[in-house]
Design a protein around this ligand. Structure first.
Ligand SMILES: [Zn+2]
Length: 98
């Protein structure tokens, strides 16, 4: 799991997931040392790869069901699973300028 760039405190899964719901551009702060963190460029790619990637792959390219609604529904469920995994892969950088 991602750690604080300054004090090495691990960020909780919940804290990272929460940060996505506000805005991916909104930085968040370490609970321990208040250091501000931003999602890195690679983190953004990882986020898209884990959410949109599996969804597009399943619903658009694989599309195993005759019913397009079912393809989208299952693709959406896979996207949810990918989303739940993002805190393990998305990287944050400490904002040392502040
Ligand atoms: Zn910290």
């Amino acid at each position: 799991m991602q750690k604080c760039g300054k004090c090495d405190t691990s960020f909780s899964w919940k804290k990272i997931i929460k940060s996505f719901f506000w805005s991916s551009d909104k930085p968040f702060h370490c609970d321990n040392c208040e250091m501000q963190h931003r999602i890195s460029i690679i983190g953004r790619f990882a986020f898209v790869a884990l959410t949109l990637g599996p969804f597009m792959g399943f619903s658009v390219f694989l599309a195993p069901f005759d019913n397009s609604f079912l393809n989208l529904l299952v693709g959406f469920l896979i996207m949810q699973i990918g989303f739940m995994m993002t805190p393990f892969f998305v990287k944050y950088e400490a904002n040392m300028r502040d």
